[in-house]
Design a protein. Structure first.
Ligand code: AP5
Length: 188
């Protein structure tokens, strides 16, 4: 079974939900960039202050900072496997990530693309806002995140399809079915 996996998809497509489930089921580390950024913001660190406004507005945080987060984890990830959720978000980030991953054998083996229509995303995230109160889960910011996704992140699908690594799943299916489908793809 492959154990180096990227989860790519629009906001609210279920990457975080599946990342947690898969890491529990398989004992793989779930690296969720958004969670790492939110933890940094909550800590009140200088770095957190720098990125706070961008995350709240649904803008992408600077590549150098994101690459710094990846760099500290890449050797362990090569050794133990990983489920990486939220990186890369652009073809540029993917190319920069490859430079870090290649020398240590940490390149992804499988890329799961979560396919969900925009209206379902808006529905899911406005519902989540009621429960979790994430600052970027208001309708205006959700739509901005979606636009950024289509423009900047979605081209990764073709990027990884050309490498023969991408598989698209129907992420509107119930959570258990989505998990099962990903496990099936991981088994190959
Ligand atoms: P991040 O935290 O990664 O946010 P996101 O990509 O917008 O994703 P979400 O967490 O909103 O959704 P998800 O796909 O994880 O879905 P979830 O499982 O939560 O990033 C936040 C910000 O950080 C970015 O906007 C950016 O500013 C910055 N950032 C992050 N990475 C970066 C990078 N590489 N470069 C630069 N900046 C970066 O599910 C959503 C809801 O739907 C939940 O309520 C869940 O219960 C529900 N749900 C899940 N699956 C299903 C299902 N199958 N059926 C019904 N409901 C479901």
């Amino acid at each position: 079974m492959v154990n180096k996996i990227l989860l790519i998809g629009p906001p609210g497509s279920g990457k975080g939900t599946q990342g947690i489930r898969l890491s529990e089921l398989l004992g793989l580390e779930h690296v969720a960039i958004g969670d790492l950024l939110r933890a940094e913001i909550s800590s009140g660190s200088e770095l957190g202050e720098t990125i706070k406004a961008k995350v709240a507005a649904g803008e992408l945080v600077d590549d150098d900072l994101i690459l710094g987060l990846i760099e500290t984890r890449v050797e362990e990830a090569a050794e133990k496997g990983y489920i990486l959720d939220g990186f890369p978000r652009s073809v540029d980030q993917a190319k920069k990530g490859r430079k870090l991953a290649e020398p240590v054998g940490a390149r992804p083996e499988l890329v799961i693309y979560f396919d969900v229509p925009d209206d379902i995303v808006v529905e899911r995230l406005t519902a989540r806002a009621e429960i979790e109160g994430r600052e970027d889960d208001n309708e205006q910011t959700i739509r901005h995140r979606l636009a950024l996704f289509h423009e900047t992140t979605k081209p990764l699908l073709e990027f990884y399809e050309k490498q023969g690594k991408a598989r698209t799943i129907d992420a509107t299916a119930p959570v258990d079915e989505v998990t099962e489908k990903i496990l099936e793809l991981m088994r190959g």
